[in-house]
Design a protein around this ligand. Structure first.
Ligand SMILES: Nc1ncnc2c1ncn2[C@@H]1O[C@H](COP(=O)(O)OP(=O)(O)OP(=O)(O)O)[C@@H](O)[C@H]1O
Ligand SMILES: [Mg+2]
Length: 378
């Protein structure tokens, strides 16, 4: 039963600020994912939690214990690193059993646990091999198994699936989530893969340049991103960001985006005085081909098809609208070709509005989720 709390934590290497003013609470039993581009401070934050780096400023708590300066061995943390450090002279079985043996656990219990864990990570047939006789992915599974074999206070996993092939990665993703749910151990999982983040995390902290941009559930990060960076990082293909203009009215605001004009209630904005020039965000999934659009999609944009990519189950279409490229997702059987004029339909409650300077969302995010939930029910 462990909660984790970062209070105003910063870490500098010389004059480089790798992590800045980090405040975060992770609940007991929660699966928290840190996601963000390379170099944004995910590993550094995890290493501070494990006791492998000391914060330059701030405090870290496990439950109410201040562990900011506690040695790694005193924290009861199991960590799987990006680079797995196995004992080269020991077999896989010995690598797995080593920790429990050092702790003096009963031999029969260790043997049983080694069997269980090696089955879980698919290593049963490799227990007699040494690390030098394994592939990179197999070594990573040994590292994962070694962390799983004990029941630590918290699990810290840093890109544990990065060396695995796509099929094993998907399999392990489910296995790790399932295992975490069964064990109920508070877990922090680092990845730069947003699919991994979205499918595994109870909540996700999106990092950028040493700061957390938003901490939220996968559904809210997708449906109600707090700013443009989160909006464009989560979701593939990326959210379209289009130039738009706002004009205030009585109780509403008029949005003009690439010639499409519609109104939104002022109440759905975070500011009574929003800027005139803004950016409108709309996900490719929320832009529909006329023949396939749900009835709630009443706003229309028209343009010329400049690119088509069919994957079999769907077709990604890029349409040029007044010189701006708009990405959308059409059904796979769509009968269009490059150069065609097409109408794209969307629901105004699916649009996101961003301050063009700060990137902050101008829409009251709670209302966006409610509105889209309601409009889908209609
Ligand atoms: N020991 C160190 N000395 C100097 N700079 C460091 C050190 N460790 C990390 N950094 C820098 O701090 C920043 C954050 O690094 P970190 O390893 O936390 O990134 P990350 O988000 O885990 O990235 P990746 O996805 O590539 O693993 C990087 O710019 C990195 O170069
Ligand atoms: Mg890293």
């Amino acid at each position: 039963m462990t909660t984790i709390r970062f209070e105003k934590v910063s870490k500098s290497f010389g004059d480089y600020n790798a992590v800045q003013d980090l405040n975060l609470e992770i609940k007991d039993g929660e699966f928290m994912v840190f996601v963000g581009p390379s170099g944004c401070g995910k590993t550094t934050t995890l290493r501070m939690l494990a006791g492998l780096e000391t914060p330059t400023y701030g405090r870290i708590y496990l439950d109410n214990d201040d562990v900011t300066l506690a040695a790694p061995g005193k924290r009861d943390v199991a960590m799987v690193f990006q680079s797995y450090a196995l004992y080269p002279h020991m077999t896989v079985r010995k690598n797995l059993a080593f920790g429990p043996e050092v702790r003096g656990e009963p031999k029969a219990a260790i043997a049983k646990r080694v069997e269980q864990v090696s089955e879980l990570v698919g290593l049963q047939s490799l227990l007699h091999r040494r690390p030098s006789e394994l592939s990179g992915g197999q070594r990573q599974r040994v590292a994962l198994g070694r962390a799983m074999i004990r029941e630590p206070r918290i699990f810290l996993l840093d890109e544990p699936l990065s060396n695995l092939d796509a099929a094993l990665r998907t399999h392990m993703r489910t296995e790790i989530s399932e295992l975490q749910r069964k064990l109920g151990v508070t877990t922090v999982y680092v990845t730069h893969d947003q699919v991994e983040a979205m499918t595994m995390g109870h909540r996700i902290a999106v990092f950028s340049h040493g700061r957390i941009l938003q901490v939220d559930t996968p559904a809210r990060l997708y449906g109600a991103p707090a700013n443009k960076s989160v909006a464009t990082f989560i979701g593939s293909p990326k959210m379209n960001i289009l130039p738009a203009r706002l004009a205030p009215g009585a109780g509403h605001v008029t949005v003009n985006c690439l010639g499409t004009v519609f109104t939104l209630p002022s109440l759905s904005l975070t500011s009574a005085l929003p800027p005139e020039m803004i950016e409108l965000g709309i996900r490719p999934d929320d832009i529909h081909w006329t023949k396939d659009a749900p009835s709630r999609c009443t706003e229309k944009m028209s343009g010329t098809v400049i690119s088509l990519e069919t994957t079999g189950s769907e077709t990604f279409v890029i349409v040029d609208i007044q010189g701006v490229e708009v990405n959308s997702r059409f059904p796979s059987f769509v009968q269009i070709k490059i150069g065609d004029q097409v109408d794209l339909l969307f629901d105004r409650s699916d649009v996101h509005l961003f301050d063009a300077t700060s990137g902050d969302s101008l829409r009251d995010v709670s209302s966006i989720v409610e509105m889209s939930a309601l409009s889908h029910v209609k």
